[in-house]
Every structure is written in structure tokens, then in C-alpha cells.
Design a protein around this ligand. Structure first.
Ligand SMILES: [Zn+2]
Length: 184
């Protein structure tokens, strides 16, 4: 290595080191690897990351993936809109029980809230909501255990047709983790 190459090699090593530690730090702090452009709040009032489990990849039933995050909370705890947007669909399903599908204002994403005990007053299909508005209450409707009320929270990337029942699930856990300090 020549006298001139050495400082260049050193600079490359230092820069690589900085880049690696940046990545390590953001993974540690849960901020990285989510390019999610929306700014969310915890959808359960008073909940923190410690009430949550990253169960996105867990299997449920025979060959179904969970594809959501569960937030444990006492029955009746307010469920708040994670983002601005519109209540697209109030839906009763066997697995999800009482559910809400909300679209974000850009209609790129759908937020799915399930196992609700009941809807909040004034919540209808078409209702516009703001981040932090109470939209429902935690429960155990559908296939949730009555002994473990929780909010099942999902995020879907909507397709071009913007159908509330069709989308590609993405993991809410790292996204909510990065929203941890945005509690209302
Ligand atoms: Zn769940």
C-alpha cells in the first residue's frame, strides 16, 4: 500500500464503521427499517411497547399468519385512531369480532382494529377521525380469549382499487415502536 492509499483506506474504514453503528443504533431504537411515512400514535390509550408483542409472523390456526400486533389492555380501555383518516367499514367477523377498518387520508393504508368491545359514540362508516380520537373500546369479541382482552391492530397497504378487505399486511410493531414517544 502506498503512502497515498493508506489515508484513503483509513477514511473508508472509518466511514464504514460510522454507517454500521448508525444502523445498529436505529435497529436498537426501533426507528429503522420502517419507511412508513405516516406518523402514528398508540391505538390503545395508555399502552406502551411493554403491552405489546411482536407476533406478526406467528401462526394462528393451521396455516394462517397473524400479520398484526396485539396490544393487551383491560376491557373497556379506549381505542384511539392511530392516524387521521376516515372510518371506512364497521364489520362483524367470526375471527375479528367487532372490527373497524380505517383509511389514512392518502388512502394508501388501511388500519384494522379488532376484538372491540363496542364502538365509540358517533363512529359510523364515513366518519372523519383525527389521530387520538376515541373510536372504540378494548374487548375480546371474535376468537379472542375472554380472559385476555386486547386490541388486534393491523396495517395494510391498499391496492389500486382501495378495497377495505384487500391489502398487503405490513408489521405494525416496529412502526408503533417508533411512535412510542408520540403518546397523546
Ligand atoms: Zn391478534
Amino acid at each position: 500500500m502506498s503512502r497515498f492509499q493508506r489515508p484513503i483506506m483509513l477514511a473508508i474504514l472509518v466511514l464504514t464503521g460510522i454507517a454500521l453503528s448508525e444502523i445498529a443504533f436505529s435497529v436498537w431504537s426501533g426507528r429503522a427499517l420502517t419507511n412508513f411515512p405516516r406518523h402514528l400514535v398508540m391505538p390503545v390509550r395508555g399502552a406502551s411497547i411493554s403491552n405489546m408483542r411482536d407476533t406478526f409472523d406467528e401462526t394462528r390456526g393451521t396455516n394462517r399468519k397473524h400479520e398484526a400486533t396485539d396490544i393487551l389492555a383491560p376491557r373497556g380501555t379506549p381505542v384511539v385512531a392511530a392516524d387521521d383518516g376516515v372510518i371506512k367499514k364497521l364489520f362483524l367477523s367470526k375471527p375479528g369480532g367487532l372490527t373497524i377498518y380505517q383509511f389514512d387520508p392518502t388512502e394508501q393504508y388501511a388500519y384494522y382494529y379488532a376484538h372491540l368491545d363496542r364502538y365509540a359514540e358517533g363512529i359510523h362508516e364515513g366518519t372523519k377521525v383525527h389521530r387520538g380520537d376515541v373510536i372504540a373500546y378494548v374487548g375480546s369479541t371474535g376468537n379472542a380469549s375472554p380472559n385476555e382482552p386486547h386490541l388486534h391492530f393491523g396495517i395494510f397497504v391498499l391496492g389500486p382499487e382501495k378495497r377495505w378487505w384487500e391489502g398487503t399486511p405490513i408489521n405494525p410493531y416496529p412502526i408503533l415502536m417508533s411512535s412510542e414517544n408520540v403518546k397523546l
